[in-house]
Design a protein around this ligand. Structure first.
Ligand code: ATP
Length: 235
């Protein structure tokens, strides 16, 4: 049914070597929904995304996509299942042009977005199509990183702090872009420190602290949660 989670994480634990970082993360996203993971630096937000996608291999718990167990899959098969990850450091090819960056990712799942469609929703990237990655602004690099993931055919997008370090006007552009993807039915997991930005996009919030989800609420409850959020986030 429509209310069943598309992606579900239950009691996820994760380690870097001997260092136990996640202590039981549970969250879920329904198809077409946008959720936001909030939390202070070091709370485990990035590690949660890296564990879902399989970069962090030392994990325990349950991660399913459409009921399929992701924990058992090698990383390339997770991508093929339709999950795409845009890391905070963006991961574009700096020496290659926008066009080349968009031509490289293989179509690893069905329904990868065409370059023409990419340029329709990222007109500024088309203007810069022959520029190398190094010449792009931070906002353009972020958009290119997202565009590359759309090329792969991923329908579930894990975005790690896409607004980090960007000017307010660019943050707004990224917000419009995420809203466009949402209307196109993409399912989005957004890690974000800026909850005012996230409030305009997210359906629900999950708050992390010390490697656990300590609170979850619908965006409609955000204003009522401001007090406890300030406590969790130290803002
Ligand atoms: P930030 O906003 O700073 O990225 P975060 O909530 O995403 O914070 P994580 O990056 O997931 O937090 O970090 C969770 C914990 O894991 C922190 O204590 C961090 O120091 C530790 N950690 C992160 N990466 C590694 C690593 N490669 N090796 C060892 N420990 C790490």
């Amino acid at each position: 049914t429509a209310s069943e989670p598309l992606l579900e994480v239950r009691d996820l634990e994760a380690w870097y070597g001997e260092s136990h970082v996640l202590h039981g993360v549970s969250l879920d996203v329904r198809e077409g929904e946008t959720i936001t993971i909030l939390g202070r630096n070091g709370a485990g937000k990035t590690t949660t995304l890296r564990s879902i996608i399989g970069i962090v291999r030392k994990r325990k718990g349950v991660i399913t996509l459409r009921g399929q167990d992701l924990l058992a899959l090698p990383q390339h098969k997770v991508a093929r299942a339709g999950l795409g990850y845009v890391p905070e450091e963006r991961g574009i090819f700096a020496s290659l042009s926008v066009d080349e960056n968009l031509s490289l990712p293989p179509k690893i799942a069905d329904g990868g977005m065409s370059i023409a469609d990419i340029y329709r929703i990222f007109p500024n990237l088309e203007e810069r199509r022959n520029s190398p990655g190094t010449k792009l602004s931070g906002g353009e690099q972020q958009m290119l990183a997202i565009a590359r993931i759309l090329r792969t055919g991923a329908r579930v997008l894990l975005l790690d702090e896409p607004t980090e370090g960007l000017a307010p006007v660019i943050v707004q552009r990224i917000g419009e872009l995420i809203r466009t993807l949402k209307t196109q039915g993409y399912t989005i997991v957004l890690v974000e420190q800026n909850f005012r930005f996230a409030a305009k996009l997210a359906d629900r919030f999950f708050v992390m602290e010390d490697g656990r989800v300590v609170d979850t609420f619908a965006t409609t409850e955000l204003s009522a949660r401001m007090g406890s959020l300030h406590e969790y986030l130290g803002v």
